[in-house]
Design a protein around this ligand. Structure first.
Ligand SMILES: [Zn+2]
Length: 412
């Protein structure tokens, strides 16, 4: 008989084999041959755990454990089984494996839930093949984008619709993946942290308080090009300097807030972009995330105030801030956090509260039902790389907590 940790290791190692690129991490794009092989393994394991298995209209694998009250709002758990290019074997798979292990444990116990439990493995969360991302959860929530099946294509020019047909799905029926409000009580997702906090704190699992909200902007600073040698410092309209000040002001504000707000200025471009010419145009991007959009706005206000000050000091400068993206934070209800903490305490699993700084299917599902997330540690905080690692024993602890919570939620 395999132990729990051996079953988890087998799941992870088996699924990692189904990779389009061998020898360097895991590359499993949605609706490929390797994706179908992973699906077949998941289906086989779900059936062995006594679940009745179906595939929804976009290819989400759903294994259902029937409840005494089949029409009661269901408890759903799982994660995605696509990967980024040469990614790791735990992103997504940790949650799929924890769901499989929960199903097997409950099946072995002969557990009969009051309400149905659905164990799910979702396609195309990463968007690595077609660029959409969070696709299956959006389909479940009725949030597919207009024409995305026809217009989103992979690098070979294959549309999502075509790939779906080759995979055995009918793209014309994608809307049928939609679930009604009230049908799902709670979606629980276990995921790797993808950051260093749990490992540094020496905690077994993270209990997610909120999946952060995000705002992204393009900032354009306009000024004037001049000769780098002959133009005195007080006679320049240097956009790079104004941008640099604004970037520091935004960074300082995020630190000062101290509520987990993070801001990133990952791209700066200058025109004409020469070492010996004052930059007449500077473009930079802002990516700001927080559990509260008010905090995000404070950071953006600090950037704007700095640029206004530069403009006031130098009439040759002006700027535009263009909003590109806003996503509301998804809060985990305090009762759900409490339940996770209680179950962890009873199992001797140490916890800490965390924010999820990355988007996950649970974030999308938050528009349809209550959500909760469990994070397990990521070695060195690394993710989306072949070195991505979580010790199997740590994953077992996370899966045990998931199982306890699912059992309790499905018992009422
Ligand atoms: Zn993921």
């Amino acid at each position: 008989m395999e132990t729990k940790v051996e079953r988890i290791q087998r799941d992870i190692e088996t699924l990692a084999q189904y990779s389009q690129v061998q020898g360097i991490g895991c590359t499993r794009y949605t609706y490929t041959k390797e994706f179908a092989q992973a699906r077949d393994y998941i289906v086989q394991e779900m059936k062995a755990a006594g679940l009745s298995v179906r595939e929804d209209a976009v290819g989400t694998v759903i294994g259902r454990m029937e409840g005494k009250n089949p029409s009661a709002p269901i408890i759903m758990t799982g994660s995605h089984f696509d990967t980024v290019k040469t990614g790791g074997r735990f992103d997504g798979m940790a949650g799929v494996t924890a769901a499989l292990e929960t199903a097997r444990t409950l099946h072995d116990e002969g557990f009969v839930p009051e309400r149905p439990i659905e164990f799910v493995a979702l396609p195309e969360e990463e968007g690595a093949r077609f660029g959409g991302g969070l696709f299956a959860s959006r389909a479940m929530c009725g949030k597919l984008y207009h024409n995305e099946l026809e217009t989103y294509k992979d690098s070979d020019g294959v549309s999502m619709a075509q790939a779906m047909r080759e995979y055995g799905l009918d793209p014309a029926r994608a809307d049928e993946a939609r679930r009604e409000k009230g049908e799902i009580d709670m979606f629980l997702e276990l995921h790797i942290e993808q950051g260093p906090v749990l490992e540094n704190a020496g905690k077994d699992v993270g209990i997610v308080e909120a999946i952060v909200g995000i705002k992204c902007f393009n900032v354009y600073v306009h000024g004037r090009s001049d000769h780098a040698g002959t133009t005195p410092m007080d006679m320049r309209a240097d956009t790079m300097v104004a941008a640099a000040r604004a970037i520091v002001a935004g960074t300082d504000k995020a630190r000062e807030l101290g509520d987990g707000t993070v801001v990133t200025f990952g791209r700066v471009e200058t025109q004409p972009g020469a070492f010996n010419i004052v930059a007449k145009e500077t473009l930079f991007d802002i990516d700001c995330r927080s559990k509260s959009l008010e905090s995000v706005d404070k950071v953006i206000d600090a950037v704007r105030a700095s640029l206004e000050q530069s403009q006031a000091e130098n009439k040759g400068l002006s700027f535009d801030i263009v909003e590109k993206l806003t996503a509301q934070p998804v809060l985990v209800k305090p009762e759900a956090q409490e339940l996770l903490e209680q179950e962890a305490a009873q199992a001797g699993i140490s916890t800490m509260k965390l924010l999820s700084g990355a988007g996950h299917d649970a974030m999308v599902m938050g528009s349809l039902c209550d959500v909760a997330m469990i994070f397990v540690p990521s070695k060195g905080g690394r993710s989306h790389v072949p070195e991505e690692w979580t010790d199997y024993e740590q994953l077992r602890k996370g899966a045990e907590l998931l199982c306890r919570c699912v059992r309790r939620l499905a018992s009422k």
